[in-house]
Design a protein around this ligand. Structure first.
Ligand code: ZN
Ligand code: ZN
Length: 357
């Protein structure tokens, strides 16, 4: 954590910026380990402060390294800590970096109005650029989040049978994760029958029927880290076409894995998977990108898309999630989480891909 702060401080001094006001929750956590909500982090070229009010004094003391100075907020003014202008003044901050993508125009104006001669500059993406490659400690947390998700997913799949509705299956996931001390990384997708052709079908009270395809897309949020797993199952009899599409998706994943290694363009994975699906005649039905990074956010860099210009590096963790969605019939998706290693990649998810239930 201290290394992360130092990296930002070096960049501040290189770019001649006096301070950086971090307002993105995930970035504050990445820098200081603080997991609460209302808080403001200010980094200067040689200091790092976290401002919290009475609700979080104890939590900040427990979670943040000693090097992160704690500043008490007595009250709020226009949505900002009353102490912010004086802190910026004391720290002699003239040029202040802000995360423009996480700040409204109104908030930016308020800082300028209340803080005298402070000039706002954009430090957008500085922390995201660090977060793209995971440290070993982060990979450990992601592995844990994946294991938790897989267990919940496996249990939910066990409940899939004719007569059970989608919402009940989705609730199994919430219930399982809650009992294991974590929660959903996002609202689970459970879509059955024709509804499975919607890539992001929300669970409804539709009852699952014999012969239905059911897509479950879910993840666990563990100590700030998100996993993301999709399994597709077929209830009872499996038609030839469904079997074929399922196998095409498995082959598409395999083709993608062969391209995932340090130095490889992120778009290569998408193109490789897309080629397999197109050659099987389903090219028009793969309507989204192949994958995305996971970490403190459920969707983060890099993206595995045809249009991506990112290059893979060891330590990145991405999803590989090819899908085929045939309107009016059915849809299928398989999603696994993959770590880019020094020599290639490691598939972190181990939940079996079993079509028939
Ligand atoms: Zn997913
Ligand atoms: Zn995903």
């Amino acid at each position: 954590m201290i290394e992360r702060i130092k990296t930002i401080q070096e960049r501040l001094s290189k770019e001649n910026i006096d301070g950086f006001l971090v307002t993105c929750a995930e970035n504050k956590r990445y820098l200081t380990n603080f997991s609460g909500s209302a808080s403001w982090v200010v980094i200067t070229q040689d200091r790092c402060l976290i401002m919290v009010d009475g609700r979080y004094t104890q939590q900040a003391a427990d979670e943040c390294p000693a090097e992160v100075e704690k500043v008490h907020i007595s009250d709020f003014l226009d949505g900002f800590p009353k102490e912010l202008p004086s802190v910026l003044h004391q720290l002699k901050i003239k040029r202040l970096g802000v995360e423009a993508h996480k700040m409204t125009l109104l908030e930016a104006r308020r800082i300028e109005e209340n803080s005298g001669a402070v000039i706002l500059v954009s430090t957008t993406g500085w922390l995201e650029a660090l977060r793209i490659k995971k440290a070993e400690s982060e990979v450990t947390l992601l592995r844990k989040a994946i294991t938790l998700a897989e267990k919940a997913c496996a249990e939910a799949i066990e409940h899939i049978k004719p007569g059970v509705d989608e919402a009940t299956i989705a609730y199994q996931i919430v219930d399982h994760l809650g009992r294991h001390g974590c929660k959903e990384a996002f609202d689970s997708i459970v879509a059955s029958g024709e509804r499975s052709a919607m890539p992001h079908g929300k669970p409804t009270t539709r009852k699952i029927q014999k012969g239905d395809v059911v897509i479950i897309d879910m993840g666990a949020l563990f100590q700030g880290y998100h996993s993301d797993v999709t399994r597709t199952v077929c209830v009872g009899e499996v038609s030839e076409e469904k079997k074929k599409v399922f196998e095409v998706l498995q082959k598409a994943q395999e083709a993608a894995y062969k391209t995932i290694r340090p130095g490889s363009a992120a778009k290569e994975a998408d193109l490789a998977a897309r080629k397999v699906i197109a050659e099987a005649g389903y090219g028009d039905y793969f309507s989204h990108g192949l994958g995305h990074g996971i970490g403190l956010e459920i969707h983060e860099a890099p993206t595995l898309r045809r249009t991506s210009d990112q290059v893979l590096e060891a330590g990145m963790v991405v999803t590989v999630e090819p899908g085929v969605y045939i309107p009016g019939k059915f849809g299928m998706r398989l999603e696994d989480d993959v770590l880019v290693t020094e020599t290639g990649c490691e598939v972190l998810t181990t939940l079996p891909q079993k079509l028939k239930v």
